[in-house]
Design a protein around this ligand. Structure first.
Ligand code: NAP
Length: 288
């Protein structure tokens, strides 16, 4: 294991930084490579002894060099919705050329069965990875609990949070828990090859329950107001969100209403060997 090199892409992103932190608890820093678009933003990681390499999914010519000598690679899905499938193909092609021994990919809970429109690029990437012949692991992540933190200030100001998730149960988990699972898979390596992990929080909540949990954490009354997908989209645009973001949030809520963000397999907790972080814990940290 000591010579095994692990590269994490998107390492200056929120999930990527947590994966690197989790790897550093398990492995020597000089076995870890942070793949980043802008190495200047990874000076703190370099100071810890982590090698920093330039990795831009949209620049295939740089990827082959970036992956030289890499045994295990975590492809963190790009945040550039719409451009992702092509970007991910570049990464998979370069990983194949470099002879990477294990490719892990952060996909979407449910994969091809997900009702979320967001699934298209993830399914395309999963298919491309399967066809590449590379040993792979699919980390099908559910929603982050932190996705809802951005709603907290306005929910506390107005006493209401809006959405289109209906009574859909949402098995969200903390980003750090998904990161720990990814780090564990990368550390243990080929034992996980071929696995498809549906990863989600141990406990699910409806948005009505999310509002109640926020009330409990803050001491202020908050209720959930359910809307149609179209009305919620219009509201998000009205409060200033760009149309593509409003589309993403409203269509994801509609998918949640259909149960697309629910999972009760307990896989994430089993992988990390402890209960997943609760909604109350994340809200408590967010409201202080
Ligand atoms: N499960 C969920 O609830 C959920 C929610 C939101 C997003 N996601 C997905 O999960 C991913 C990780 O989540 P996160 O919270 O860490 O998101 P994030 O903080 O936005 O990080 C996204 C990472 O992707 C990198 N990236 C974007 N375009 C790239 C490109 N062309 N080449 C190389 N790297 C590129 C970014 O690089 P820079 O650091 O240089 O910007 C960043 O490091 C997201 O990108 C998205 O696909 C999941």
């Amino acid at each position: 294991m000591s010579n095994t090199k692990i590269l994490v892409t998107g390492a200056t992103g929120q999930l990527g930084r947590l994966v690197i932190q989790s790897l550093l608890k398990r492995l020597a820093a000089d076995t870890i490579i942070a793949g980043v678009r802008d190495p200047a933003r990874a000076a703190d990681l370099a100071a810890l002894g982590v090698e920093v390499r330039a990795v831009d999914y949209s620049k295939p010519e740089m990827l082959a060099a970036a992956f030289a000598g890499v045994d295990r690679l975590l492809l963190i899905s790009s945040s550039e919705v719409g451009a992702r499938a092509a970007q991910h193909r570049n990464v998979v092609d370069a990983a194949s050329k470099a002879g990477v021994g294990l490719l892990a990919y952060t996909s979407l809970l449910g994969g091809e069965t997900s009702p979320l429109p967001l699934k298209a690029e993830h399914v395309a990437t999963e298919d491309y990875i399967r066809a590449s012949g590379l040993p792979f692991v699919l980390l099908r992540n559910g929603w982050y609990l932190e996705n809802y933190n951005g709603f907290i200030p306005s929910a506390l100001d107005h006493g209401v949070v809006a959405g289109a998730a209906g009574e859909g149960r949402i098995s969200a988990a903390a980003r750090a828990d998904y990161a720990e699972a990814a780090a564990l898979v990368l550390t243990e390596g080929v034992a996980h090859a071929g696995q498809i992990y549906e990863l989600a929080g141990d406990t699910a909540f409806t948005m009505t329950e999310w509002a109640a949990a926020l009330s409990a954490a803050s001491g202020k009354p908050v209720r959930y107001h359910d809307m149609t997908e179209a009305d919620y989209r219009a509201l998000l645009v009205q409060v200033g969100l760009p149309a593509p973001v409003a589309d993403l949030l409203s269509s994801s809520d509609a998918g949640a209403a259909k149960g697309g963000l629910f999972d009760d397999s307990g896989t994430l907790g089993r992988l990390i060997g402890r209960p997943t972080t609760s909604l109350a814990t994340v809200l408590k940290a967010a409201v202080v």
